[in-house]
Design a binder for this molecule. Structure first.
Ligand code: AMP
Ligand code: ZN
Length: 507
């Protein structure tokens, strides 16, 4: 089946084919690196990752650009408040973004680019717009002349000539000829970072950043551009105007937007203060894989309501999938194969692919896999599952997980790697060294100290105790076996004895 994607520009689901050959050229607007990204932002980034992974699953090559907005009003204001140079300040949050991406299993794009490293391209693009009569200078700033571009409003599909004329499209207090005009280049204000250009010293407007960077890496016309639905207007509308006015060509074929992550009926956002960062959730004991699962579980064109219970349920769903995979690989089954079960695994594969082909309907794709897991478990419980059936089920699971990427239990290892959990040995050494001091350790997110997340047992220590327990049980020493189970539970490790052997997981 072919992939069909909803295009904000055409307002319909269109069959997707790359413009050229087998390569999909895609640009996704990245974060403004003035703070930790919140999980609302990650809802959009996880959707974009599902899109990316499914395009790869379908056999397309990717040429994907993600940008970092590292110069704008917010980054400048916050770096000044912190008393740090802009670059040092944005470096901190760019690094945090990179860590979050790995925690959430977001695949690396082919290009992760910073706005401040592409100023030359932006200036060139603005110059073209001035030369072609689409832009004008005023008080050292340069504006896009919306009246000169008759297609303005094609993405938003509202008539901006009359109704919106009084609305402020851009909050900056610069002089424009028409309220709809938006800034391409901002004259330097005292104390702000600036670049010297033919228009005078200043810095780029936010919209021109994405036009310049996307076209530099992907060409004047490319396949997919995406972001959260709050970017449709004015950001993406303005990107279209700037790019098409400069090139005279269609800028982007398919525009894709995700609906918001909602908390108590409102969009999760920095300005409302109703946000959680990934680190906040980790500090509360939730696993990154559960957050990824939750964010991926609702199709991108539907709003997603965030609750802690939702993350908890996501964790349980992942456990169910992992348990099934554990049974598939470890349990013994009678020899042979069952044509019915083989067909069942095939059917699940076809269903999840059909769901994702339908504008990435992730909820249906999940449903298809859980139906298969239920039937597989039932067959195993009834003794109908055969040794030769493992492969077909494992294959469907593995394919599904190429897109959803939640089956491997690597949260703990990554949290240790990025210093978000202190391994027990390090923690013990630290606490000895810090005895007598009142150091609280690294601050996480909303002020939750990282020292809350000291691991009590390493993976190796758990495995060792588990081996000892298996030995004790082998010798009929159930008292010792129970003792080990209790002490592991005390350390937050749950054991589960199954026909396929003992599984452990962290709470
Ligand atoms: P920003 O860092 O504000 O430029 O946002 C980065 C991305 O996150 C953009 O694609 C936004 O549309 C998206 N975004 C912001 N808030 C939310 C939210 N509550 N739910 C989903 N996406 C969001
Ligand atoms: Zn953008």
């Amino acid at each position: 089946m072919s992939l069909r994607l909803y295009n904000t520009l055409t307002r319909q689901v269109d069959e997707f084919q790359p413009l050229e050959g087998n390569t999909v050229r895609m640009y996704t607007c990245g974060p403004t690196v003035y703070d930790y990204a919140h999980i609302g932002n990650y809802r959009t980034f996880v959707f974009q990752d599902i899109l990316r992974r499914y395009l790869e699953y379908k056999g397309f090559q990717l040429r994907h650009v993600v940008n970092l907005t590292d110069v704008d009003d917010n980054t400048i204001r916050k770096s000044q408040a912190a008393g740090m140079p802009l670059r040092a300040y944005t470096d901190k949050y760019s690094a945090a973004f990179q860590i979050d991406r790995q925690l959430l299993n977001l695949e690396d794009p082919e290009f992760l680019v910073r706005a401040t490293e592409h100023i030359g391209e932006m200036v060139k693009l603005i110059q073209t717009l001035v030369d072609r009569g689409y832009a004008y200078a005023s008080d050292g700033s340069v504006y896009f002349k919306v009246a000169a571009f008759p297609h303005y409003g094609q993405l938003t599909q509202i008539d901006l000539s009359g109704a919106r004329a009084g609305a402020r499209v851009d909050t900056d207090k610069y002089d424009k000829n028409d309220v709809r005009d938006f800034v391409l280049w901002k004259a330097a204000k005292p104390g702000e970072p600036f670049w010297e250009t033919p228009f005078g010293p200043g810095r780029p407007g936010w919209h021109i950043e994405c036009s310049a960077m996307s076209m530099q890496y992907l060409g004047e016309t490319f396949d997919i551009h995406s972001g959260g639905s709050d970017l449709i207007f004015p950001h993406h509308e303005n990107e279209i105007a700037q790019s098409e006015a400069a090139t005279g060509k269609t800028f982007v074929k398919v525009w894709m937007h995700s609906e918001h992550l909602i908390v108590n009926g409102e969009k999760m956002s920095k300005s409302l203060g109703n946000f959680y960062t990934l680190r906040d959730l980790i500090a509360r004991g939730y696993k990154p894989s559960a957050v990824r699962y939750l964010l991926a579980s609702v199709p991108h064109r539907k709003p997603l309501n965030f609750t802690f219970d939702g993350v908890h349920q996501a964790q349980q769903s992942i456990d169910r999938l992992r348990n099934f995979r554990f049974r598939l690989t470890k349990e013994s089954f009678p020899a042979g194969t069952s044509t019915v079960l083989q067909a069942r695994a095939q059917e699940a594969r076809q269903k999840f692919e059909a769901a994702l082909d339908d504008n990435l309907n992730s909820a249906e794709a999940l449903g298809a896999i859980f139906d298969m897991v239920r039937d597989g478990n039932t067959a195993m419980d009834h003794g109908d599952f055969c040794d030769g059936d493992r492969g077909a089920f494992l294959d469907t699971l593995e394919r599904w997980d190429r897109v959803f990427a939640v089956l491997d239990d690597n949260d703990h290892a990554k949290l240790v790697k990025f210093g978000l959990i202190k391994p027990s040995a390090v923690a013990a050494a630290d606490s000895a060294a810090e005895a007598g001091k009142d150091a609280m350790g690294l601050e996480l997110g909303n002020g939750q100290p990282a020292s809350m997340l000291v691991e009590t047992l390493s993976d190796e220590a758990i495995e060792k105790l588990l081996a000892e327990r298996t030995g004790a049980r082998g010798h009929g020493n159930y008292a010792r076996s129970d003792e080990i189970r209790a002490s592991l539970l005390n350390a937050g490790v749950i054991l589960e004895d199954t026909k396929a052997g003992t599984r452990w997981k962290r709470k």
